[in-house]
Design a protein around this ligand. Sequence first.
Ligand code: ZN
Length: 304
Amino acid sequence: MQSASFPESRIGPLILPEVTEILISLWKVPPQQRKMEAQRILGTERDNLATKYQAALKDSRRATIRSVFEGKALDQNYPSPFGQQWERLQKPLTSPQDWGSCKPYEPGNVTADVLAFYLSGQFTNDTPRPGYGVVFCASNLGRFVEEAQVDGALTISAVAVHEWFHGFVEATLYPRGEVPVAGFRALEEAAANRVALDWLTTCAEADSSSIEKLEQALFVSSKIAGSPGYGEFDKVDARVPGSVPDLVSSTAPTETKPDGYFSEAAYRPWTSSRAYHDQILWNGFLAGLQGETIPCYIELGGYS
Ligand SMILES: [Zn+2]
């Protein structure tokens, strides 16, 4: 989507619990009323965000002025990164932006990236591009939750962990002056599904039948379908946060496929301090799943 202004069908930045609350309330409305409800949500949530971030910005300016007069250091880091993102999106942009778009929904082999996508920050001068983060595709998600009869909130979180991993890879490589290779990389998708499935089966707070149902519908189904990358989560292990960023970097000598993970990667880098650092960083990302870690957006265009 190439336009200079933020898509009108998208709202954010939001934190994950806000995404979940908004989507669950939308899906409670009968299907024939969802288009109208999506429009209503766009209006009210935009107002809510304006109230929330404008207040934070005002506080921030007041604190800055006070600190100048009182000669004190600022004790709070205002506005928050999400507030800064929001503020940037309110201003007209000077050049057209690629805002990304939701993939078409194909029943039978639905992957996390059909339900949401990570819009890379493509950091320029240490500033991420406007609107970067995880974009949740409301209508694809709603359709999947209904067709697979899975728990909506659980699905949103599991999909978020997958997308979080893409954000983590970028955040790991960027400060080293490296970038993730653009486009589909089977190893990165296998790794993202590995961490998402591990989160689902060991961290998710849900009953075991809901977990099992989602495991089948979102992960095992890709394996049965032979989906490259997504279906190959069992060819990599829990150590992927320590090894995969290096292997999907643009400076990696060759592209490692999931089949080559154990021989090329898993044992070698795990012993290095870099792999250790990356594993710790990933733990931090996961701990921040509910907070202002990666900006989230909801794309409601599928309902128009
Ligand atoms: Zn992915």
